[in-house]
Ligand binder design. Sequence first.
Ligand SMILES: [Cu+2]
Length: 689
Amino acid sequence: MRIHNGTRGYLVALPFHTKRLYLFLASILLLTWANLHGQEIKVEIPSDSVLAITLKEVIVISSFNRALEHKTQHKPLSTLDAYLESSSKLNMVKRGGYAWEPMMNDMSSERLSVTIDGMRIFGACTDKMDPITSYVDVSNLSDVHIASGQHGAEHGAVIGGAIDLKVEKSDFLPKEWNGSVETGGETNNNAQIVGAELNYSDERFYIDSDIIYRKADNYVAGGGEEVAFSQFEKYNFSANAGYKVNKGQKLTATFIFDEARDVGYPALPMDVSLARAFIGSIGWSQQKFLGDWTNWETKLYANTITHIMDDSQRPDVPIRMDMPGWSDTYGYYSQARLKLGQHRLLAKLDGFYNRSLAEMTMYPNNSDEREMFMLTWPDVRTLNSGLYAEDMINFANSSLRLSARLAVQGFNVADEFGLNSLRIFYPEMAQRQTRLLKSVSTQYQKEFEKIQLSTGISYGERAPSVSEGFGFYLFNSFDNHDYIGDPDLQNEKALEVNAKISVPLKKVKLGFEGNYFHTMDYIIGEIDPTLSVMTIGAEGVKVYRNLEYADLYNLTLDAEYEIIPALKATGLISYHRGTDQDGRNLPFISPLAYNVLVQYAKNGFSGSVTMRGAAEQVHFNPEFGEDQTAAYTVFSFSLGKRFSIGNDNLFAKAGVENVFDEFYSTYTDWNNIPRMGRNLFMTLSYAFN
Ligand SMILES: [Cu+2]
């Protein structure tokens, strides 16, 4: 893995730009492709490297560049989840061996935006078994952009931040035919990975395709205990193409098919027999736009997800259940840039329409009793229309970034039966509702002689998620409660302050970063003792409520030391804290955590040693199903070598994870399921040109 820092252009409609902004918006609505003409003009793309200090992190995956991947990635061809886990900004909630859920700034799905090339997608599982990251594979992606807090507002109304998964494209590079085949294996869970890609690209046209297959059995925890129901099987295919209609005018299309079968969730009472996604988009981009506006980019997209969850594989259950879910999303965005003196502006119009439906059918053991049917997500239709603008203003040794998003979000509970079920609790509940979501952000960066400083203040809002607003008896196995949504929840609002100091010395780089989220109307489930449970064995019922406020702090210290040019050591230590207005601990807040990575790379040879660990969890809360997580430290190492065969390259890498076979689980492991014990892995990639 390699981490880049980069800054981007940002925009708020300054008064003297207002006219241009209106012109831009009007044009998106009125223009048709027919009246666009394509003559190439020289335009400067907004610089991506004003100051190398930001709250953004980029994880490079790039399967096109095997040399880079094998040099920098500890474990090439590992799952996307493993790549994401190596990020300094993300933690992964694990419910098993597959489909981990990313968390940023101690916040998960509802408070983040996860997009694929800017496309919004929503999981179809009421139990969060299918984060968006589970519907792509590393073979599809070039890199992952991680933006903290309101820096993620470009992609949607967020509180915690945004993760944008970038699809890998040949992008008209004159490489002609190229491709690769690769295979990998792991000893702990007998994982087998086979993949291939084939690409053609010239200056007029490109088409990229890749396919990957993964299969894993149950994994074994440290000490030798097998974790039952942790198996999975997945295949993924993607193709994307581009055609240059004229100079500076490009037509692009992307398609991803992803299917997982027989996925076990050892931390949950149910498994998934099928999780399938079709993801597609068509894009148009041209360098010249209206007046001085350039880099016009428009995309239309659609995706559909099917999630089939049941307990048919479990030996003893009080009652058999089927819980399928579906999520369809249609959306678009259109954006353009403008460089005006010191200003680099970006204006973006976007929208999506999502349909979320989930059912639960219970089959009593006594066949005389009737089956029970419920809509756990009552066909909720979400329509969101947003306008985003940012301005990056460059001064001599500093820069100022301003951004804002305004969005209108409407909910419609389309199913009468589902609506009437919810009206048992909320008799006055309307079928439709509309919410206004606002976000503003400022970030100031300054470069002193030896020190770089960045500080910002932001405000953002989000609407309740489908589960929080309209969920109907969603069983949470973590705190053993049934959850009911509340359609009258207030929007959650966060005031965010952040600061980062970087001290690049000769051989040592030091960084200190902190952020603080004061979140008003923080949404969380609270016990309602007047309601009785639906799930057999559940302790009680919780209803989503707005807390008065919650405070979240994250502090990180990182260091990088170049021992010799080929040998580099990096280290990171982080502290997190989260409490509500009464000083009560919030759930899923990281204890003190650290990692150290030593990497060597020279002449096609690479090696790495990592140490990851956390201190004992001090702040936890049994009210939310938490218990104390013990301290742990795990070690891994890997060795890699590149072999040149004519024009082609063969990359080999092998390593050992959890070298000392430590038995451990972390604060993000659902119901304390233990993590994988000692694991040997090996990957081989053959890349041809
Ligand atoms: Cu599920």
